[in-house]
Design a protein around this ligand. Structure first.
Ligand code: SAT
Ligand code: MN
Length: 594
């Protein structure tokens, strides 16, 4: 590792002055024993990995079955995002909005700098230049994360384009997002994730967990980027991107927003049901979590995946639910907080093969005590290892989006799929999204909350302004995608899921593309267009009468209540909430009265 140490002075005099200056300031504050500039090379990664194996940060998994795979066990109190400790620090509190925790930037800097003071003594400070998106794409944006966690370095290497090419782009552009991170003492009482959108800066202290510590991901690519996107005329969204190829050989790209741990990875890697496969239908994966979109010269929205890897939820991933993900994570993967089999293979609930002997806390597995894998245990793997990986992921121009899909976990009321009448209605559908909470964040699981566009934890500014920004894309010249809402999680009276999901979701995507092309029919209702009974191919799917009614029906009384609640929600944002959205809510509420 010493060989790849670069003296900070190596960059002096170049256009990296501001980067050098910032690194020097951070070093003066945090007092590391050494500074390492990451170049992203294999040699650097090998050296770091060996050091982490030696000190127990990484545990080698079965090299025969899982070559190049590692297990990391995090602190048991540090296993998920911490929304209550995540702040957006804007000069004006209203710019952060009721959707964010807020602190004045000067107070936040003072609080964080006190925590960072001397925190890297005796440790190595890593400087990670990274690019979110293909290195040559005008849609991509760069950042630098400074961290004292080698685990973060190893994950950032998989999740972003990290190292020398990113540093070269930063040198060319002269600007970047500044992210400062330390695991600190991992004390939940000394843990904060602070964002300074006006300064394009992030400070994160006290957690080593993914969304809190891999600053390129949620902190940069969503919270800071959503702010940048608003000022620059694009969108930074919590969406997967998939390519859907039909038997005629046409590929349509779909972007879909679901809250964390609601199946984005599964949908992005979907394998069509047998008959569809025979006919030539294919799904290719561009991204599973984040989507940056901007109008191209033809007025269509073009999207890139700013990430280079997947940070997916392990539990529930199986040959049945997501064979592509399972195939991806057989090698060169970092597992975090999963269980182990007797022969050192990774194991989690829902894997459907093998037996755990050790749980994620390194104790003998006892189902009465705790699950083998933490419900939010994760795998980190390069996107290129996915059998459905789309080479279009590297296209600097991005891919044209034909449809945008919103969805959440809704056990009742919400049908399988419906289509927005137009863009404004689509924005309302996104703004009104609700979902049950999951283990991806600390706090109660299974509680219904509004999670507009799956961005509740990730929008770096006031939701009212965010909805205005979305509405502004309908400017008369853009050719915007059609907008849909799906609900894979509708339950019956007995509590069972009514829709089989997974591969069968392709049937719903097929209907959407039929709508985009004008070949599929729909029934108009006040909440939007539902598939006419004969228009969604259900051949070979066994659905009960209850399922048919609940998945494809429209419950006027239930929706009347839902729209009253949506109206109240919009009012919470006061006068900043765009009138057009309130009018749309009122128009539909009035129709529901009829
Ligand atoms: O923890 S992450 O934010 O990286 C993953 C997620 O919750 O979506
Ligand atoms: Mn996510």
């Amino acid at each position: 590792m010493n060989a790849s140490f670069i003296d900070m002075s190596a960059h002096a005099g170049s256009s990296l002055d501001s980067l050098n200056e910032w690194v020097a300031q951070v070093a003066a504050l945090t007092r590391p024993g050494a500074v390492h500039w990451c170049d992203g090379s294999d040699a650097e990664n090998d050296a770091l990995t060996a050091a982490m194996q030696a000190d127990g940060t990484l545990i080698k998994l079965n090299e025969k079955t899982h070559p190049g795979c590692w297990l990391h066990r995090s602190d048991p109190e540090d296993v998920a995002r911490v929304e209550h400790l995540t702040f957006v620090c804007t000069t004006d509190r209203d710019d952060a909005g009721p959707n964010n925790h807020w602190m004045a930037p000067t107070d936040a800097h003072a609080k964080m700098d006190a925590l960072f003071e001397g925190c890297m003594r005796g440790r190595t400070m890593y400087v990670i230049p990274y690019c979110m998106g293909p290195i040559d794409s005008p849609l991509s944006r760069c950042g630098v994360e400074i961290t004292d966690s080698p685990y973060v370095v190893a994950n950032m290497r998989i999740m972003t384009r990290m190292g020398a090419p990113a540093l070269a782009r930063i040198e060319r552009e002269g600007h970047f997002v500044k992210g400062l991170h330390s695991t600190g003492e991992l004390d939940p009482d000394r843990r904060f994730i602070m964002h300074f959108p006006e300064e394009l800066a992030i400070k994160s202290y006290g957690s080593g967990y993914g969304g809190n510590a891999l600053l390129g991901k949620k902190c940069h690519a969503l919270r800071i980027a959503s702010h940048q996107a608003r000022t620059e005329g694009w969108l930074a969204e919590h969406m997967l991107i998939l390519g859907l190829k039909n038997p005629q050989g046409e590929t349509h790209y779909i972007a879909a927003a679901f809250p964390s741990a609601c199946g984005k990875t599964n949908l992005a890697m979907l394998i069509p049901p047998e008959g569809y496969l025979k006919d030539g239908w294919r799904v290719t994966t561009v991204g599973d979590d984040i989507c940056w979109m901007r109008p191209g010269s033809d007025g269509r929205l073009y999207a890139i995946n700013p990430e280079a890897g997947f940070f997916g939820v392990a539990p529930g991933t199986s040959k049945k639910s997501n064979p592509n993900a399972l195939a991806s994570i057989q090698s060169n993967t970092i597992f975090t907080n999963v269980g182990l089999t007797a022969d050192n293979q990774p194991w989690w609930e829902g894997l459907d093969e093998g037996e755990p002997v050790t749980d994620w806390r390194a104790e003998p597995y006892d189902p009465a005590k705790r699950p083998a894998a933490h419900p939010n245990s994760r795998f980190t793997v390069s996107a290129r290892q996915c059998p459905s990986y789309s080479p279009e992921s590297e296209n600097p121009a991005g891919v044209p989006i034909s449809a945008i899909v919103f969805g959440g976990r809704r056990p009742s009321l919400v049908p399988l799929v419906f289509e927005a009448r137009d863009w404004t209605h689509g924005v309302l559908i996104g703004a009104a999204m609700g979902s049950e909470t999951t283990a991806a964040a600390t706090g109660a699981v299974g509680v219904m909350r509004r999670d507009p566009m799956a961005m509740k934890p990730f929008c770096g500014y006031n939701f009212a302004d965010y909805f205005s920004h979305w509405l502004d894309f309908d400017n008369g010249s853009n050719k915007l995608p059609k907008v849909f809402h799906v609900n894979w999680f509708r339950r019956g009276e007995a509590g069972d899921f009514l829709w089989p999901g997974f591969g069968e979701n392709l049937r719903v995507l097929e209907w959407m593309i039929g709508r985009v092309k004008g070949t599929a029919g729909a029934v108009e209702t006040p909440i939007g267009n539902l598939p006419a009974a004969s228009e969604l191919n259900l051949a070979g799917v066994d659905l009960s009468a209850e399922a048919m009614e609940k998945l494809f029906g429209f419950d006027q009384t239930g929706w009347r209540q839902e729209f009253a609640s949506i109206g109240e929600y919009l009012e919470e944002y006061g006068p900043r909430m765009p009138q057009a959205l309130k009018d749309e809510q009122r128009r539909i509420a009035a129709q529901l009265e009829g």
